[in-house]
Design a protein around this ligand. Structure first.
Ligand code: C2E
Ligand code: CA
Ligand code: CA
Ligand code: CA
Length: 276
């Protein structure tokens, strides 16, 4: 027992050291990466299942590190949430999306809405509203073309504070989506209390529930409830035809996932929407 304990302990130390090292590396390089334009925005299309056409896209950030290549946000977002660099990153993504939309408008392309992920830390930042307003004014982008995705866990802290910010954002014309719906605690009072326009059903939720009858009933009721509350439902992480059939059957309007397309570079998305 003693030996086993010791070796698992060493293993743990090594893992931890590796992780600490990687985290330090990321933190050391983040500012330069921002200056050098290494954070790039990918877009993943959302499909309107009723009419079988594009409904817009979600902006997802990647880090194009010259040595490591493309790094997934799952690696660096939690670190940036801890050291608050996420505020800068979220605003940079927001700004890139505005530049993109304004370019499309100038080219006479009727742009579809784009959604941007906003971390809890960013939402709580004092100048958040001011920054957003300055950016959309500067690029002359109508706020209705931008949807802000907030994770469900956000809404469980400082309820009133968050509600006030969301109301202010809506007043400015942004639409609000509750991301990762179904993963947190729950959920139904969130729908009632927060002025959301959209809920995004989490991939894990869809996977675990769409396989059995009881689960299907749960999802179908949630979709109905959201609709009765005048919210749209986006199903995330849709990978199979069976899932699409089920979503159509319960009148879930919008879907996003590898079944249709993976997140792609902006140029690729552009040629996709231009060709349709
Ligand atoms: P999320 O907002 O829930 O985004 C959906 C994630 O699921 C994306 O991962 C997307 O690539 C992936 N995905 C989409 N369809 C499928 C599918 O059919 N199957 C599977 N297995 N996965 C699918 P990604 O791009 O790695 O982003 C991970 C998370 O990082 C995002 O989860 C979001 O929470 C965060 N994130 C990404 N960009 C930003 C950002 O600019 N700001 C903030 N604050 N967070 C971001
Ligand atoms: Ca999201
Ligand atoms: Ca999500
Ligand atoms: Ca997620």
């Amino acid at each position: 027992i003693k030996g086993g304990y010791k070796s698992s302990c060493t293993f743990f130390d090594e893992q931890l050291l590796l992780q600490i090292h990687e985290e330090q590396d990321i933190v050391r390089k983040m500012d330069a990466a921002m200056t050098n334009g290494e954070f790039i925005v990918y877009l993943q299309p959302k499909m309107d299942l009723r009419v079988n056409s594009f409904h817009g896209a979600e902006a997802l950030v990647r880090w194009n590190d010259p040595q490591k290549g493309l790094i997934s946000p799952a690696v660096f977002i939690p670190i940036f949430e801890r050291n608050r660099f996420i505020v800068k990153l979220d605003l940079m993504v927001f700004k890139s999306v505005c530049i993109m939309l304004s370019k499309w408008i100038q080219e006479g392309i009727q742009p579809l809405p784009i959604s941007v992920n906003i971390s809890l830390i960013t939402l709580y930042h004092n100048d958040f509203l001011l920054h957003l307003t300055n950016i959309i004014n500067r690029y002359q982008v109508p706020a209705r073309l931008i949807e802000l995705e907030l994770t469900e866990s956000i809404v469980f802290q400082n309820l009133e504070f968050v509600r006030d910010i969301l109301l202010e954002l809506k007043r400015k014309g942004f639409s609000i989506a509750i991301d990762d719906f179904g993963t947190g605690y729950s959920s139904l009072n969130v729908l009632q209390y927060f002025p959301a326009d959209v809920i995004k059903l989490d991939r894990a939720f869809l996977m675990s529930k769409s396989n059995d009858e009881t689960g299907k009933i749960v999802i179908a009721s949630m979709v109905k409830l959201a609709r009765d509350l005048n919210m749209k439902v986006v199903a995330e992480g849709v990978e199979t035809e069976a899932q699409i059939d089920f979503l159509k059957q319960i009148d879930c309007e919008i879907a996003q996932g590898y079944y249709f397309a993976k997140p792609m570079p902006v140029a690729e998305y552009e040629s996709l929407i231009k060709s349709t």
